[in-house]
Design a protein. Structure first.
Length: 254
């Protein structure tokens, strides 16, 4: 079995594959000060609850955008599985070519999403990921990662609005009844949810103009379903896209 981990700035998503089948997945908070023994305890507990023996794990693939915790994760895996995890890098055999300056400047999560979208949904393809940051990636018909765009995520934008204004409250992220908010809470929700939906539409239009009008749009990320309900430019929602990409890369490099 293969254990995959997508370490993001806010959350870490983990999953276990048996061949191509995702058996189970979990989402935990990303804590930069969490020690290796703490990761060990968490992983051991999750696997036990899923009735998966640590002896069954014979491969570990990781994408991480938080280098501060990579060392502790490696130590945890060596202790728990007697195995060293493989971390995604731009110079690996990813199955796509990275046309970015420098290639290592592309976040591991964006690379993994690009690989998954290319091999599962074909190309040209645009990947939209709504996580801590909102990212857009473009892969052309020849399997070349052409670049993308990075914007603040929904949670960052909401928290910044609350932190830098004197009278605006922090609100839960929900779709308002209409775009013209009739109270301050719905006005903020409209600006966030529908505003981000508008950004998706605008960026997809621009990307298609530069990449291909026939490009498929694949969306992922913990908050994508909230935004996807407010736009019709998204063709596919795949919340496990990153985990699937980690499996594909592992099969290529193992």
């Amino acid at each position: 079995m293969l254990l995959v981990m997508d370490v993001g700035n806010t959350n870490t998503v983990l999953g276990v594959f048996e061949d191509e089948n995702l058996l189970t997945s979990w989402r935990i908070s990303t804590e930069r000060k969490r020690m290796s023994d703490e990761y060990l305890a968490i992983l051991d507990t999750l696997l036990r609850q899923a009735h998966i023996s640590t002896d069954y794990i014979d491969g570990i693939m990781v994408s991480s955008v938080v280098p501060q915790i990579d060392r502790n994760l490696k130590e945890c895996c060596r202790k728990l599985f007697s195995s060293t995890p493989i971390f995604v890098r731009a110079d690996m055999d990813l199955g796509i070519r990275v046309d970015y300056n420098p290639p290592a400047g592309v976040g591991a999560d964006r690379l993994v999403n690009a690989v998954a979208a290319y091999f599962i949904y074909g190309a040209p393809v645009i990947v939209v990921d709504f996580g801590t940051a909102s990212t857009f990636c473009a892969i052309d018909k020849d399997g070349v990662y052409r670049g993308g765009a990075i914007a603040p995520g929904l949670l960052i934008s909401r928290d910044a609005l609350f932190s830098y204004t004197a009278r605006l409250p922090s609100v839960s992220l929900e779709v308002p009844a209409c775009s013209i908010g009739r109270n301050v809470v719905d006005s903020i929700r409209s600006g966030l949810v529908m505003g981000f939906a508008g950004m998706v539409e605008g960026m997809v239009k621009r990307f298609k103009k530069e990449l291909s009008e026939n490009a498929k749009v694949v969306a992922t990320g913990g908050l994508i379903e909230l935004v996807a309900t407010q736009t019709e430019v998204i063709d596919v929602i795949d919340k496990e896209l990153t985990l699937k990409g980690l499996r594909i890369i592992y099969e290529r490099v193992k």
